[in-house]
Design a protein. Structure first.
Length: 151
């Protein structure tokens, strides 16, 4: 257990130096329950966008990091973090969600009350996930592939 936590802390420190998408200083990844299936346990950790996510006609994708801090089915606690883009600063927020068999759904409201949703699905291999971002309910506005951050 201690070895697992040291590994997670090292990942968080590396991310803090990368500067891609900001994260809070109090990131806390909770070790999974022993009874959880491996495909659910795999979601816990730090994920960074490697493909997709082009925004507003730009050729450059916006940095994105999703941290799955805790999974206690059906509940999920996560951090959604985005990098700087044109004249907008990056930021982060803590979000709650649910997990069903192999899908995580994170939902939140913006400061202006607009609904946002990210659906996270398994990738082709365990080190990848797919994330679909909805700005308008029912309409995917960005699709991304994220890779699990390791030391």
């Amino acid at each position: 257990m201690k070895r697992w936590m040291i590994h997670v802390l090292a990942v968080i420190l590396l991310l803090g130096c990368a500067g891609a998408a900001p994260l809070p200083k109090d990131v806390k990844i909770t070790p999974p329950e022993e009874k959880l299936p491996a495909h659910i346990v795999n979601y816990i950790g730090v994920w960074e966008r490697i493909e997709g996510g082009v925004v507003g006609g730009s050729k450059e994708p916006q940095a994105l990091t999703i941290v799955i801090e805790e999974i206690t089915p059906p509940n999920v606690k996560a951090i959604y973090s985005w990098g700087d883009k044109k004249d907008k600063n990056g930021g982060w927020l803590r979000v709650n969600g649910i997990i069903t068999d192999k899908t995580i759904i994170l939902k939140w409201k913006t400061k202006l009350g607009a609904d946002r949703k990210v659906t996270i699905l398994p990738g082709d291999t365990p080190e990848f996930i797919r994330a679909n971002y909805e700005k308008t309910p029912g309409k995917v506005s960005r699709r991304s592939i994220l890779k699990k951050k390791t030391t």
